[in-house]
Write a protein of this length. Structure first.
Length: 143
C-alpha cells in the first residue's frame, strides 16, 4: 500500500460530508446540523443550523476534535449510479461516463451531472436536467 493512501481516503471521505446533514457525538452531548467546515489536523468541526440532544437550536457551533467520538451522516448519499443507469437507458447511443473520483457523470464531454445538479446548455442538457429532476423527485421525494 502506498504511504498516505489511507489518510488521503479518510480526508476525501470527510470532505464528502461537507454541506451534508450530520450528527456529531461528543463525550457528553450530540449535535445534528450541516457540516460546513473542519480542521483536518485537529478533526474539529463547524456545524450550521444545529440542534443538541435537548433540541436546543444553535445557529453555528464549533466542536473541538478532542471531544468528538463519532461523526454520522444522517441523510442518504445521492445515488449517482442509479441516475447513471437511467441516463444510459434514455440515451443508449450517447457517450456517457461515470467519474468516481468526482462522483459525477459526463455526457458527450460537454454536460456534467453532480449530486448538486446539471451543468451544460442546449436541448440535450435541458433533457438531462429534466431526467435529473424526475430522478430526484422519485428517489428522494423532493425537487
Amino acid at each position: 500500500m502506498v504511504p498516505g493512501t489511507s489518510a488521503m481516503k479518510f480526508s476525501k471521505e470527510l470532505a464528502s460530508l461537507l454541506n451534508k446533514r450530520v450528527m456529531v457525538i461528543t463525550e457528553d452531548n450530540a449535535y445534528a446540523g450541516t457540516l460546513v467546515g473542519y480542521d483536518l489536523t485537529t478533526l474539529s468541526v463547524c456545524l450550521n443550523d444545529a440542534t443538541d440532544k435537548n433540541n436546543k437550536k444553535i445557529p453555528k457551533i464549533f466542536i473541538n476534535g478532542r471531544i468528538i467520538r463519532e461523526i454520522l451522516l444522517t441523510e442518504a448519499p445521492f445515488d449517482m449510479k442509479g441516475l447513471l443507469e437511467r441516463l444510459m437507458r434514455v440515451f443508449p447511443k450517447m457517450p456517457i461516463q461515470f467519474i468516481e473520483e468526482s462522483n459525477s457523470i459526463i455526457i458527450m464531454d460537454s454536460i456534467k451531472v453532480t449530486p448538486e445538479g446539471v451543468e451544460g446548455e442546449g436541448p440535450i442538457a435541458d433533457r438531462v436536467k429534466q431526467i435529473f429532476e424526475e430522478y430526484v423527485a422519485e428517489t428522494y421525494g423532493k425537487k
